[in-house]
Write a protein that binds this ligand. Structure first.
Ligand SMILES: Cc1cc2nc3c(=O)[nH]c(=O)nc-3n(C[C@H](O)[C@H](O)[C@H](O)COP(=O)(O)O)c2cc1C
Length: 345
């Protein structure tokens, strides 16, 4: 998820409870094929401990997808995913993300192009159930004909953004369509826990469940317990997350983006309102340590720092140990837009 599931958070998640697969934030193929590419490469950093890790791209130009799939394969990703679900206006304006639901011919061309570049890596699609209305039969039917490696379906239309409960019944209809094609379907939308997600997927006949917002503040979501042992455990991990973010991204990403996570880490605990308000003002790791240190104690704070340092040294593709080089710019490539999706692609 954009500005949230970077390699720092994915390392924390995979340390606490390993999901079957993780995705990068979506990255613009137009941006990666432009002179502005170097500043986007941070979003393609990952560590081996996250595997399997899938690079997600958005865009509308098949040749750019081919080049970026080639880049992902070269970097050692385990798969390439094409975002056909983001409803953000800046993304739709580029005819990318969910705009592809309205242009299935181009969508299929993009899948083919990504496959051509991916050198045998699986190429999957993340999408929605339709644009203005539920058009599962028509849209998912078209996608299935292209035989992507998998389709993850956010069970809302583009128009609905995230403002209504997810329509899992539409996922069930998509699964019926997919039967016999060999294309696995993952349902997505509103799963609050692994158990809840499994129940939703089972009822829909889906092969899997994708969980987005449920993981904010709860990197234990994929463990047997499914939640932190208590407030102190949550705060220790939150501090480890902040230290790791700083170690990996200082000067390259905005520390303030972490506040979304901070709010979620303490969100589930009664009586933590003041703590939450204080965390909303933080601008640095030192700020977080000052607030959290007295609550968790010196030993726990030391453990948090040790965990972060250990995770920062994981092998993988990251600056500056193995700087990753973008493809050479395409002439006349559109200017990149990170198109932060709000509220949810
Ligand atoms: C802040 C934020 C950023 C997101 N960024 C992405 C993204 O980059 N790629 C993507 O496929 N979906 C993205 N999503 C959508 C989620 O993956 C998911 O489809 C949606 O939140 C519904 O699932 P959930 O109820 O499990 O969160 C984002 C959602 C949020 C809230």
């Amino acid at each position: 998820m954009a500005n949230a599931t970077d390699t720092a958070f994915r390392r924390i998640v995979t340390e606490c409870s390993h999901p079957h697969a993780v995705y990068t934030e979506f990255v613009s193929v137009a941006g990666l094929c432009s002179p502005g590419a170097p500043r986007l490469m941070v979003d393609l950093e990952f560590a081996d401990c996250e595997r399997p890790v899938i690079a997600q791209f958005f865009g509308s130009v098949p040749e750019q997808f081919r080049r970026c799939a080639e880049l992902a394969a070269g970097l050692g990703f385990d798969g390439v995913d094409i975002n056909m679900g983001c409803p953000d206006r800046a993304v739709l304006r580029q005819k990318a993300g969910a705009a592809l639901i309205r242009d299935p011919d181009l969508a299929l061309e993009i899948i083919d192009a990504a496959r051509a570049g991916a050198g045998g890596l699986p190429v999957s699609v993340k999408t929605r159930i339709g644009h203005a209305s539920d058009s599962v039969e028509e849209w998912i039917g078209r996608l299935l004909a292209a035989r992507p490696a998998a389709i993850a379906i956010h069970a809302r239309t583009v128009k609905e953004r995230s403002e209504v409960p997810a329509h899992w019944d539409a996922v069930r209809r998509a699964c019926e369509l997919a039967r016999g094609t060999g294309v696995p379907i993952a349902g997505n939308g509103d799963a609050r826990s692994l158990e809840h997600g499994r129940a939703l997927a089972a009822r829909a006949g889906a092969d899997g469940v994708m969980i987005g917002r449920g993981v904010f503040g709860n990197p234990w979501l994929f463990s047997a317990a499914g939640k932190p042992a208590g407030l102190e455990a949550a705060l220790e991990t939150m501090l480890a997350h902040a230290v790791l973010y700083d170690l990996l991204f200082a000067g390259r990403k905005n520390f303030v983006d972490l506040r979304r996570h901070f709010k979620a880490y303490v969100g589930g605990f009664a009586g933590a309102k003041r703590l939450r308000m204080e965390l909303m003002e933080t601008r640095s790791v030192a700020d977080v340590e000052r607030i959290v240190g007295p609550v968790i104690g010196a030993a726990s704070a030391r453990r948090a720092r040790d965990r972060a340092h250990g995770l920062s040294r994981q092998r993988g593709h990251q600056h500056p140990t193995r700087p990753i080089r973008p493809p050479p710019p395409l002439r006349n490539a559109p200017v990149p837009s990170r198109g932060t999706p709000a509220p949810a692609p």
